[in-house]
Design a protein around this ligand. Structure first.
Ligand code: IMP
Length: 212
């Protein structure tokens, strides 16, 4: 957990409706004093079309559009799994790998099928995360985190979300889905990107965070 601010009353909107992603971001930033909402608190906020070719383009777009709509600082996470033997797929299309509206189970199943005939030693992969934080006036800051690992044969574990049951970080034996949340956060792409954000904002001071 990041213990940076004591009780800083700054309202920040997470530019997502994804329950699991929100849960992780809230857990990682729990001790910072930020008051975090997600888009379920803004039901009329238009859906942002994620049509970028990179995590950065999508994260920037989500943060800027949501900050403009809500008139609050907005934090967007764009993330996904990059698998080397699949030419980088699913990449920016991680959430829609098995088709538009596909759920986690369908995406995971498609991934496991795609690597079925690839030797374990050639299944290197990494999770990437870009966090963009935007002010309503268009100011933007960006942070990046990644974690390398490999894709296994069969899903293992019931924690986490998305591709977690198939991903084992380098140097470890457990999948992300077999780890407690805090253990995943301490090495995950999202944990690393948010640690960079916390550090930068601490250096820059509290004013920057509240977009004043
Ligand atoms: P986004 O909402 O467009 O950023 O899509 C993120 C997608 O990438 C998710 O739906 C998951 O499929 C995958 N993903 C991102 N982060 C993680 C993670 O921490 N664990 C497992 N899957 C993840």
């Amino acid at each position: 957990m990041l213990k940076i601010w004591k009780h800083l009353p700054v309202k920040i909107v997470l530019a997502t409706r994804n329950k699991k992603k929100t849960e992780e971001i809230r857990r990682i930033l729990a001790d910072t004093g930020m008051e975090l909402f997600n888009l379920t608190a803004f039901p009329a906020c238009p859906e942002v079309l994620e049509d970028g070719q990179t995590f950065t383009e999508n994260a920037d777009k989500k943060a800027l559009e949501v900050a403009r709509y809500t008139q609050l600082p907005a934090l967007a996470d764009d993330s996904g799994l990059v698998v080397d033997c699949l030419g980088g797929a699913p990449g920016v299309w991680s959430a829609r790998y098995a088709g538009p509206g596909a759920d986690d189970a369908a995406n995971l199943n498609k991934l496991l099928q795609a690597v079925r005939n690839v030797p374990l030693a050639e299944r290197s992969a990494r999770f990437e995360c870009v966090i963009s934080m935007a002010c309503p006036d268009g100011r933007l800051r960006r942070f990046h985190g990644s974690v390398s690992g490999r894709i296994i044969d069969e899903p293992r574990g019931g924690n986490g979300f998305g591709y977690d049951p198939a991903f084992v970080p380098d140097g470890l034996q457990q999948t992300f889905a077999e780890m407690a949340g805090e253990q995943k956060d301490s090495i995950s792409h999202r944990g690393r990107a948010l640690a960079a954000l916390a550090e930068a904002l601490q250096t820059a001071g509290e004013k920057n965070l509240s977009c004043e």
